[in-house]
Design a protein around this ligand. Sequence first.
Ligand code: ADP
Length: 775
Amino acid sequence: MVTATSDIVYSMSPDWRVMQQLDGRGFLSDTHEPITDWQSRNLYPDDIEKVNKAINEAIKGKKIFQLEHRVLRADGTPGWTFSRAVPILDDKGDIIEWFGTASDITERKQAEEALQKAKERSEQQKRLYETITSGTPDLMYVFNLEYRFTYANSALLTMWGKTWDNAIGKGLLENGYEPWHAEMHEREIDQVKATKQPIRGEVSFPHATLGKRVYDYIFTPVFNDQGEVEAVAGTTRDISERKQWEQKLKESSEELQAINEEMAATNEEQAASNEELTAANEELAYVNQQLREAQQKIEEGQTALRLAIDAANFGTWFIHSVTREFITDARLKELFGYYPDEDLSIEQALAQITDEYRGYVATKLENAIYHNGDYDVTYPVIGWHDNRLRWLRAIGNLQADPSGAFSAFTGMVMDITDQYLAAQKIEHAEESLRMAIESGELATWLLNEKLGKITASARFNELFGFGPEDEVPYEAAVTQILPEYQQMVQDAVDDSFKTGAHFNVEYPVMGFHDNKQRWVRSVGKFVADEKNGNYITGVMADITEQKMDDIRKNDFIGMVSHELKTPLTSLNAIVQVLNTKLKASEDVFVPNALEKANNQVKKMSNMINGFLNISRLESGKILIEKSHFDIEELVREITEEQELSVTSHYISLVECAPITVYADRDKINSVISNLINNAVKYSPKDTTIQVACTVNKNEITISVKDEGMGIKPSDADKIFDRYYRVESNNTRHISGFGIGLYLSAEIIQRHGGRIWLESEPGKGSTFYFTLPLKN
Ligand code: ADP
């Protein structure tokens, strides 16, 4: 039997001084010869006293020694055993030997300790949560000093079989307590009031549905501001189960006692019971382990939930369906414009909701609490102290009690002002865009690169002369563009897809059904879309009227200039003739006056030529007639002529390479003359104007530099536009139409060159243009 058991087996002298033998099973170190120092060898020092006390009692009563205590294990570390020894008596009844066994319960003990700690932590958590949830099976209640109930939780109401309304405000007798029981509690309430100390008791009485039960209860004083007891709060816990367990435990240990006694007589029986005990221990350890894991999971879950709520910045709330008690956190109060330490009732919260929403929210809430309805509402609130408008979204979750007597309604509130206002802004923006498109009679369109497909509004179809419902493939739309503009539009589309550039073109289209010519302006924006293919989307406006106006104006200018040219030419001829005739005359005044008249006539022809050029350009009639000529020669010619006629400034040719260019000599002449004329016009008397040309690589650059008023960067971009003139006090008195640079730029562009300027306001400007040398 001894060999068979896995437990430690030992035998001791009658007075326990000598350990005769110990089989330590690897747990304790073995002893084969009698020893006397077994206590220091095997016992954990702090427990020696406790063990000796139990030994002495066992010896005195000739009873079984039985104790859970700490030991020093074979490897020197502390462990726990459950040790039990039986006295073997001789026929006179004297002890001749003790025979004992011990089992290793270290793990179970450790599990118990950990469980105890976990329990304490969990209790702490529970207390926190119990303040807001009445869903506990414990009975919770409050008495006033007249022994009347002012609060009873749902568990207590269920036990009484009563509702809130017919139980609250009543005394103990009225709520069905027996006279002895009622008197006892009334005495205790008096005692709590007098001593200001909580009291605890145990009582047994019949439950409405569960029959006779045992309860453990605590009465605690509730203090008012002056520190006087104003009420007594109580909790009662049903401990019937525990009592039964304790009873059972008691019975089983009595049983164990009996078995042990028998065991003293029969060793076989003892072995069997030991094995049972080991098995039971193992089971216990396993259950403890499970319990610990479960406990840990709950704790982790609670922590995670709390962290999530904190992080999400929700306000949380709770409503009791019976008492309408409303519990909120500080964040929720803040959302309603209350300070964290102020009370906020459900009515006050509703009052902060704006008039048009209040009724809706209140109805939803009532319906949710009392009829189990859904609760997810969005509404505006004006903060109580801060008067701030916030859009809130509240979501609630009903936790109904199966008995129907009580339901806890919990929920959260979040601030969605930003999202809400942003959504509204988008709506408004869309609305204004729609209105703008409608009132401007704009067409909208989208051209997908991958599909080569155009998606457009009915107005687009209309502009191209199709029916509003007609399917218009991209090619069909292009076909309606007047032939000489098709390439230009196509290039703009390609360029936009290739470089992401904005799309902005004007072109005439011929209506498909109505054969009407319209001018349209199409403005678009490139959008990259990997999934569905890149696209350009934009709007299109009918600019026919504007274009027609332009064309009519151009025609008019062209006609007037043309008509003015003939009389001016005669005038010029007459002045020339007069000039030669007067050469011989002695008169001083007349030739001078004629010289001036000649200059004015020249100026006028320049102007008229400018206008004529503009109208030619606009109607596409300007002609570039290229020939090979030496640029140095041309530049020298112009500067020398200008040097002679302009007396107010010093004009000089700085440098120029003799090089042949292929260009329209007259037009390049007018560009250079125009730049020099501007330099004269826009710089003070007696300053220098320098003309230069330099060759680099494949182009020649010609520049005109002055020391004049200069041009601000904001104007520099625009001065090449038609009719653009810088508006300032310095320029107002200088005559001009703003067409010289426009024409120059057009001419240079048509030669494949570039034109630009560098300028520092107040210091001067340099205008540059290039002409390509090859081709
Ligand atoms: P106009 O001189 O007839 O007004 P232009 O097209 O030749 O027309 O010039 C456009 C504008 O550019 C002028 O009105 C003037 O404000 C500005 N500008 C041109 N050249 C110069 C310059 N050299 N210095 C300062 N401003 C200039």
